[in-house]
Design a protein around this ligand. Structure first.
Ligand code: MRU
Length: 356
């Protein structure tokens, strides 16, 4: 997608280094950062220079290729794989991508290990881009249907950033929106700010602006009243891990939006590539929910009058704070899952018909 009119993907390999867009600096500064070692990749995932389930999967894949480039000793690669998987616990795409890389690297015994690793990492990213594009083509039908009935701007609420910045390109939740916009369907997006890291305000609104899609940032607590007033036609969110029974783990606050949508008969869709499905865990209570540093809550970052990024404390200095990063929306509140293979019910039957 575009930034200042120029097309980008979120990650690529060039001159022996991996290049990423540093998302901790957006929207105030657009910086391309180089990852030279597997530790650089692990750190970028941990501090969220890259984030979003599909993109951290892609970064882990390239991270493992960087490990091979540094030292192709099998023990080092194994240790690197383990550290990459542990760098963030909730998004299943990390493990999915690392497992796929390891499988590829162990089934081929060759002095071409680095080329194989780089090709597989690129393949994982190319595939994600294609899948997200297909999610858009499939999800477009829902937006089109609403527009054909309403004959007026379709208002879509989204939470966090499940946009192209969270993937390799297109995004998951945003892909149907980009496709609708390209087709000339008038859309407007309600962007949940998404405290504490403000991925909605800092990233979703930013990328929608760059594509000239009308959007309005709202505080996380505003969606409910907008739904009561009939100002939301549908919700689309992304997910970090969707269980085979259709339960959806996503950014903290998603569950409350799904409850409000249910109470107001607003369709609540979740967009995901198949790399986000966890076929193993059967009970949502077993999903590892990341708890991040409480400083992300107690401090906020912005730019001052000299255009410098500053961080300030906003809580009483003695107060404790708790920062759970994800929650789980039970399948019964999900209208449908929009995947690269089509739209299905959030259920084992629905997912199995498409993917097994
Ligand atoms: O903590 P983040 O910013 O990595 O969380 C991202 C989300 O929760 C997204 O909704 C999810 O990864 C889907 S991305 C297409």
């Amino acid at each position: 997608m575009r930034i200042e009119g120029k097309e980008y993907r979120t990650i690529w390999f060039e001159n022996n280094v991996v290049k990423i867009i540093d998302q901790t600096k957006l929207p105030h500064q657009f910086l391309i950062k180089e990852l030279k070692t597997v530790n650089d990749a692990i750190n970028a995932i941990k501090i969220m220079e890259v984030r979003g389930a599909p993109l951290i999967g892609g970064t882990a894949a390239y991270g493992l290729a960087l490990a091979v480039q540094e030292n192709n000793d099998p023990e080092f690669i194994k240790k690197s794989a383990k550290e990459l998987i542990q760098s963030r616990p909730t998004a299943i795409n990390l493990k999915w991508a690392v497992d796929r890389m390891i499988k590829k690297l162990t089934e081929i015994n060759s002095d071409q290990l680095l080329n194989i690793a780089l090709n597989e990492a690129k393949e994982i990213c190319d595939e994600d881009e294609k899948f997200c594009e297909n999610i858009g083509i499939n999800g477009l039908k829902i937006i089109e249907e609403i527009y054909n009935k309403k004959k007026d701007t379709v208002n879509i609420l989204t939470h966090c950033n499940a946009g192209w910045l969270a993937t390799i390109n297109w995004g998951t939740a945003t892909s149907p929106i980009y496709h609708a916009h390209k087709k000339g369907i008038p859309v407007h997006v309600w962007v949940d700010e998404t405290r504490p890291r403000n991925q909605g305000a800092n990233l979703t609104s930013y990328e929608l602006n760059e594509e000239e899609i009308p959007n309005t940032i709202i505080a996380d607590n505003t969606g409910g009243i907008l739904m009561q007033r009939g100002e939301v036609d549908m919700c689309i969110v992304g997910t970090d891990r969707t269980l085979s029974n259709g339960d959806v783990c996503n950014k903290i606050g998603t569950y409350l939006k799904a409850l409000a949508a249910h109470d107001n008969n607003v369709p609540f869709y979740v967009a995901l590539p198949s790399s986000t499905i966890d076929w193993d865990i059967k009970d949502a209570k077993d999903i590892p929910i990341e708890e991040r540093n409480s400083e992300e809550l107690s401090h906020v970052e912005g730019i001052d009058e000299n255009n410098e990024i500053k961080k300030v404390l906003i809580y009483p200095s003695k107060s404790k704070a708790m920062n759970l990063a994800f929650d789980v929306t039970p399948a019964k509140y999900v209208t449908g899952l929009i995947t690269e293979r089509g739209i299905t019910k959030a259920s084992f039957d629905g997912l199995s018909k498409l993917f097994k």
